[in-house]
Design a protein around this ligand. Structure first.
Ligand code: AMP
Ligand code: ZN
Length: 112
């Protein structure tokens, strides 16, 4: 999608602070971190919301990549959180699917 912020990152038109990249997945630091570690993990393919995710292999890749990055960030033992905001009431602001990986502090529950 030509005007999608995260697609621009995938194409290299905007350069994020990249944490991980492979053929299908890009991960980068959130520009407005809500925790000491706040990384966004996205598919390179434009998928607007979780509602449109039908590729089970890709879903698995995204989730397992979150766990691997969490481990690399030293979060695995103490714990961390993954979040997918979907549509308006879910708090989604960027309409390109992304998993938030948050950690490095005690996280509250329930979320706001
Ligand atoms: P969401 O509300 O789930 O759609 O989350 C969108 C996230 O994208 C927010 O946490 C923003 O801080 C983050 N974000 C927006 N613009 C950028 C950017 N240029 N680089 C990195 N993260 C961004
Ligand atoms: Zn996109």
């Amino acid at each position: 999608m030509s005007d999608c912020l995260f697609c621009k990152m995938v194409r290299g038109e905007i350069v994020p602070d990249i944490v991980y990249e492979d053929a299908n997945v890009l991960a980068f630091n959130d520009i407005n971190p809500q925790a000491p570690v706040h990384i966004l993990v996205i598919p390179k393919q434009h998928i607007a919301t979780l509602n449109a995710l039908s590729d089970k292999a890709l879903a698995g890749e995204l989730l397992t990549r979150c766990a691997l990055i969490a481990d690399q960030q030293g979060l695995a033992e103490n714990g961390y959180r993954t979040v997918i905001n979907c549509n308006d009431q879910g708090g989604q602001e960027v309409y390109h699917l992304h998993l938030h990986l948050l950690g490095g502090r005690q996280l509250c529950w329930p979320p706001g």
